[in-house]
Design a protein around this ligand. Structure first.
Ligand code: MN9
Length: 310
């Protein structure tokens, strides 16, 4: 498995007023995450990238832009290459298969796919979806489990059946069910669990998650790394304090609209990330002002990725 352990940003994607991907700004964000955020990896085309609101052309543009920008940024940094995971899941399975092939051609290290949603698919149908997508891509597959949004979760028996396919490599586990997370880590030590709720980073790391993927790491990579390392090294008081600081910040952002607020803070830093795609609403001027003030406070506290030249 080529994936690096550690902190992965769930990539924010800038869109223009017509909903087109702003590729220049997207590339700038990737460079910022890799070079200044010291990210171990990036998760491209997930919920944070508003991927499920996109058409196929935009999904392809996102995968292409991020692959090129990540390669350039890794080369600039000179260290090990940043790991790249492409989220390809879609209710249109043909589209998902074609995105998987694209990701493989672009040099992604793994794919991931959201559990099929909206219709009540049987487990057998869901399993077949993962087999088809993994085989189309020919890459390790991380099952993206986010029951709060999809209504689907897996028990241990079902997970075992998913893992019968050698390409099913693990989970992006975005659930507060920490009991099942622990069971997964213990029962399948050769598979990878990525912790998906930033609010539960400490818990995920303590239970043996291999890495963590999160939207708020686009801002709080330095703080997330403190939680990750302090937990891993058994400095629990420090880890709890850092997690508390992270959760305070997440709550403040979430009260404005999480992705919208992150985009506004990035815009204040000079990367015009635009508004979220409809049906997400735009921030009102007052909320924009609040987001910018929060961004300043986070920077002053040293919990967010430093600005260029800072
Ligand atoms: O990628 C993200 N999940 C979603 C994972 O956005 C659905 C998380 O990072 C959350 O945004 C975060 C805030 O609730 O934990």
């Amino acid at each position: 498995m080529k994936l690096r352990p550690g902190i992965y940003a769930a990539q924010i994607v800038p869109y223009d007023a017509e909903g087109r991907v702003k590729t220049k700004e997207l590339a700038a964000l990737v460079e910022r995450s890799v070079v200044r955020g010291r990210m171990d990896g990036l998760y491209i085309g997930g919920s944070t990238g508003e991927n499920f609101l996109n058409d196929a052309e935009a999904k392809r543009a996102v995968l292409e832009t991020c692959a090129a920008a990540a390669a350039a940024a890794s080369a600039k940094l000179g260290g090990p290459k940043v790991s790249l995971i492409a989220q390809i899941g879609s209710l249109n399975v043909r589209e998902a298969e074609s995105l998987g092939k694209l990701a493989a051609g672009l040099g992604y290290d793994a794919v991931s796919a959201v559990t099929p949603y909206y219709y009540k698919f049987s487990f057998a149908e869901t399993r077949e979806y993962y087999v088809r997508l993994a085989e189309a891509a020919g890459l390790p597959m991380l099952v993206y489990s986010v029951p709060a949004l999809t209504g689907t979760s897996f028990d241990l028996d079902q997970t075992k059946k998913l893992y019968e396919h050698p390409l099913v490599a693990g989970f992006k586990y975005t659930s507060g069910d920490l009991f099942t997370m622990e069971r997964l880590v213990k029962a399948f030590p050769d598979r990878l669990v990525f912790s998906g709720y930033d609010e539960l980073l400490l818990c995920g790391r303590a239970l043996g998650a291999y890495g963590a993927i999160g939207s708020t790491y686009n801002l709080f990579a330095p703080l997330a790394r403190r939680v990750w390392e302090a937990t891993g090294e058994g400095r629990l008081a420090e880890a709890r304090e850092a997690q508390g600081e992270l959760n305070d910040a997440i709550q403040e952002l979430a009260s404005l609209g999480l992705y919208q607020a992150i985009k506004e803070i990035l815009a204040a830093e000079g990367i015009e990330a635009g508004d979220c795609l409809p049906p997400f609403g735009k921030l009102q001027p007052e909320a924009r002002e609040k987001a910018r003030n929060l961004g300043k406070r986070f920077a002053d506290k040293g919990i967010s990725i430093p600005r260029a030249g800072a």
